[in-house]
Structure formats: C-alpha cells, structure tokens
Write a new protein. Structure first.
Length: 230
C-alpha cells in the first residue's frame, strides 16, 4: 500500500512540475516592449498626427509579430452608460483607435490572411444577429484598414469603416481584431498575457481619452488566436 501511495504522489508531483513548465514556456512565447519609433510614414499625415510618438512591439518565437501605435487622445465619453455585451461603450463605431504594422502576413481573429503592411484600427461592434453568435464574449472589436485607403482621422460611419476594412481582406468581410477587458491584477503596461480558453495571446495597454487626461482605459487586443468557429 505504501508503494502505491508513493507512486501516486510521485506521479502527481511530476505532473504538477510538467504543467508548471508548460505554463512557464507559454508565458515566454510572446513578449511586449516599448518601441521608440514614430508612427510609420505609410500613414497619412493627418492620421499620424493623432497617434503617439512611440509604439508597442510584440515579439514571438519568430521575431517581431506586430508594432502598435495608439491614439494620443481618442474621442470618447468617459462616463458613457453601460450596454449589454459591450465592454467599451465610451467609443462610437468608426473611431480611430490606433495603427498596426505587420512585418509579415498574419491571420486576424476570423482567420483571414492579412498581408504585411500598415493598417489603421477603428472601433466597431459585432452585429447582434445569429451569424455572429459565440464569436467572442464581448462585441468590441477594431477593424483594420490599409493605411493608403484610410487617410482621414475623423470618426467614420460604420458603413464607411466596413468598406475600408474590406480592402484589407479583399473580400466581403472586414478584418476583425477582438478587444477584451484587461487582466484583473495590477501590472506595468504595456504587457502581454495568454488566455487558455481559445489559446489566445493579448497585448494589454492604456488608451487615453480625449478631454479626460485622467481617464485612460485599460484594454487588451487579441494579436494571436481566432474565434472558436472561424
């Protein structure tokens, strides 16, 4: 009996150590670092002027995954009322949130192939219809559009935003990138974290609101992973 219990204990210990090693390795797969580089020249000057002078670089097993520049002061309502399924009701659809540079082709949250290049990121909400059920726990997304096509930083209508983003995919569907709530424990930002549910990697940052210097919003953007049914 003692031998059985000893073997059981040893197995449990080895399993715990193995799981710990796997989690540690996963946590080291993607990293984030400050990028002391201005927004890329591919962006139109009016768009570049709204973005931070420095960026965020996300690196992975194969080097740089993406570079992100956030808005310096993004238009929004700091005290916007909550809405069911919406994490960031502060923003109107079509609001310019930032820009992203992809050094290599990647797949967005819908597993659509997005070519290397520079793209703007505008806020949008997932439509409330049966075609999009279960895509994400929340309706908040950003849509990527080619920098050459999106040259006005003003907030656009959702139809205008969709039309621009379809140019990123070359299809009838926009390029969708899921937004998510931040992690629930304090950390220095920007940071990157992993969600076991869906095997997603997210970069977390703070986005300043226009006219509310002390109301920066912490949020996360899925940069690796896709919707369950994509």
């Amino acid at each position: 009996m003692k031998t059985f219990h000893s073997r059981t204990f040893l197995f449990s210990l080895l399993l715990t150590l193995w799981l710990s090693t796997v989690r540690t390795a996963a946590a080291q797969s993607y990293k984030v670092e400050p990028l002391s580089e201005p927004p890329p020249g591919e962006l139109a000057p009016p768009v570049r002027s709204t973005l931070s002078a420095t960026g965020i670089r996300v690196t992975g097993p194969n080097g740089a995954l993406c570079d992100i520049w956030l808005g310096k002061a993004v238009p929004g309502k700091a005290n916007a009322p909550q809405s069911l399924g919406v994490v960031f009701p502060q923003f109107a659809q079509g609001t310019l949130m930032g820009a992203i540079r992809l050094p290599n082709s990647v797949k967005d949250y819908r597993k659509q192939l997005i070519q290397a290049g520079v793209y703007t990121l505008r806020y949008a909400l997932l439509p409330e219809n049966g075609n999009h059920m279960g895509v994400a726990p929340q309706r908040d997304f950003v849509l990527a559009s080619p920098a050459a096509a999106d040259q006005d930083p003003s907030t656009l209508t959702i139809d205008q935003t969709l039309a621009l983003s379809r140019k990123a995919t070359g299809s009838n569907h926009p390029s969708v990138w899921s937004l998510a709530p931040p992690e629930d424990h304090p950390k220095s930002l920007p940071s990157v974290f992993h969600l076991d549910d869906g095997d997603l990697w997210l970069v977390e940052f703070q986005l300043p609101l226009q006219g509310a210097p002390n109301s920066a919003l912490s949020m996360a953007l899925v940069v690796v992973g896709s919707a369950p049914e994509a």
